[in-house]
Design a binder for this molecule. Structure first.
Ligand code: NDP
Length: 457
């Protein structure tokens, strides 16, 4: 009989924590899980899932316009933010229930409480004011939105957490940031009819992606009427009355708006967790430092997901959670593979990307060929929309291996999930060429690009 109350105690019931806990329980471990907010974590409760539902909602804004070219006319089109929020909340409640059931069915004990670490094997449950012990502790507390507190009036802005529960849809929104959340929410609000201005500090948005993606998304956002201001920061936010805020920018101008939205990144949620009591080493931004098996500097304490700030994506947290359970509870040491992870930005139109961006490939490989096409998708020949679609293949000219694939356009996220199999498997450009096209689709361009791209030098 173990001297501890549990074999595993997980702090945080998000994607990584739940997967690890369920798998460990299935291998016979006695598992306890503490969650201070709602089981399901950021992805399910206030991230990917409700965001995608908002994306669907806002895409109708464009679809009604596009439909005219196909003969449709609607006398009156109305949108109810209240209905959207209610329906979204019902769906999130349903998913939350499924997550709770799954954990319980696996045999885990769930504690609705904030939990902190007292020492290498002891957890304090604040709601019950008592301690529990565990042979292993898993930190899976995720991350939290960060705002720049050096900006006077920063507290007048909201983050993605609040955006899912706004009582009313604002008329005008100013978004800070040029990453995933900034772009996705700017497009959501615009599709729902808001005036949107996005303020980004760098040269162009989505800077971690291939440059062609940044340029295309920027141009599509502008085409949809989003004002994009680059190389600027918020310097102050003031309440100017009547529900209005004034945002002062570093370029000397200002914008008056109903809502200021901070989307300048997320930080690992380790503050106040008591990790220092156990001697757990933290790295940049408070991330738990872990080895390839997600073990922290303390033998009995592990961490998975965004709290480790490796690759902050739900499917990666799930993989890390599964690898942890395999390693610690199934006697099968397993590392997570971080190569060729497909990524999507649910902008409108969306982005799908896997593998090397052109600039990364040119840095790593001697000879790189680029194939790319930028066209008006068939749908828009009748819709009248000027929307364009970009597809790009990055190829190692010496081995013919496809190193990366990047798409902006309708269906990009769905396409890239399938393409990621080919790119991860190391398929060659010739394999793409040998595959018969499926007509008429946009995706057929991916197997019919024959001409190497020659930049106009
Ligand atoms: P990102 O890291 O994607 O973007 C943060 C943005 O804020 C960047 O443009 C960054 O600029 C900018 N920024 C950082 N610091 C400042 C500052 N002090 N002042 C002004 N701007 C600043 O973070 P997000 O919050 O958008 O998303 C967090 C994470 O969540 C992502 O990394 C992603 O892993 C995940 N996510 C994934 C989604 C998906 O898969 N579709 C959707 C949403 C989130 P710079 O580029 O110059 O550094």
């Amino acid at each position: 009989m173990s001297k501890y109350d549990y074999d595993l105690f997980t702090i945080g019931a998000g994607s990584g924590g739940v997967r690890a806990s369920r798998m460990a329980a299935s291998y016979g471990a006695r598992v306890g899980v503490a969650e201070e907010y709602r089981v399901g974590g950021t992805c399910v409760i206030r991230g990917c899932v409700p965001k995608k539902l908002f994306v669907y909602a806002s895409e109708f804004g464009h679809a009604f316009e596009d439909a005219k070219g196909f003969g449709w006319s609607a006398k009156e089109v109305n949108f109810s933010w209240k209905s959207l929020i209610e329906n979204k909340d019902n769906e999130i409640d349903r998913l939350n229930g499924i997550y709770i059931r799954n954990l319980k069915n696996a045999g885990a004990d769930i504690f609705q409480s904030r939990a902190t670490v007292k020492d290498e094997h002891t957890i304090h449950l604040e709601a019950e004011d008592r301690d529990v012990t565990a042979e292993k502790i898993l930190i899976a507390t995720g991350g939290a939105p960060w705002v720049d507190e050096t900006v006077p009036g920063h507290e007048l802005g909201v983050t993605s957490n609040e955006a899912f529960h706004l009582e009313e849809l604002p008329k005008h929104v100013v978004v800070a940031g040029g990453g995933y959340i900034a772009i996705e929410f700017a497009c959501i609000f615009r599709g729902l009819g808001c005036e949107v201005c996005l303020v980004y500090r760098g040269e162009d948005i989505l800077r971690y992606f291939d440059t062609d993606i940044s340029v295309q998304v920027h141009s599509e956002m502008t085409r949809h009427g989003i004002r994009v201001i680059t190389q600027s920061l918020f310097t102050e936010i003031e309440d100017i009355g009547g529900g209005q805020k004034r945002v002062q920018l570093s370029n000397g101008t200002h914008i008056d708006t109903d809502m200021v939205f901070w989307a300048v990144g997320r930080k690992p949620a380790t503050k106040g967790l008591g990790l220092e009591n156990a001697g757990v080493e933290l790295g940049k931004g408070g991330a738990v430092k872990v080895d390839d098996y997600s073990k922290s500097s303390v033998d009995s304490i592990y961490a998975v997901g965004d709290v480790t700030d490796r690759v902050n994506l739900t499917p990666v947290a799930i993989r890390e959670g599964a690898a942890f359970a395999e390693t610690c509870f199934n006697n099968n040491p397993t590392k997570t593979d971080y190569t060729f992870i497909p990524k999507a930005v649910f902008s409108q139109p969306p982005v799908g990307s896997v593998g090397y961006a052109e600039h990364e490939a040119r840095h790593e490989f001697k000879n790189v060929d680029i194939y790319k096409t930028n066209f008006r998708p068939m749908k828009h020949t009748l819709s009248g929309s000027d929307e364009r679609m970009l597809m790009k293949l990055v190829v190692d000219a010496d081995s013919d291996r496809v190193l990366g694939c990047h798409i902006v356009g309708e269906g990009a996220a769905e396409m890239i999930q399938c393409l990621a199999i080919a790119v991860k498997a190391g398929l060659k450009k010739k394999d793409f060429d040998d595959t018969v096209a499926l007509h008429p689709t946009a995706a057929e361009e991916l197997v019919t690009m024959r001409e190497k791209y020659k930049p106009n030098l």
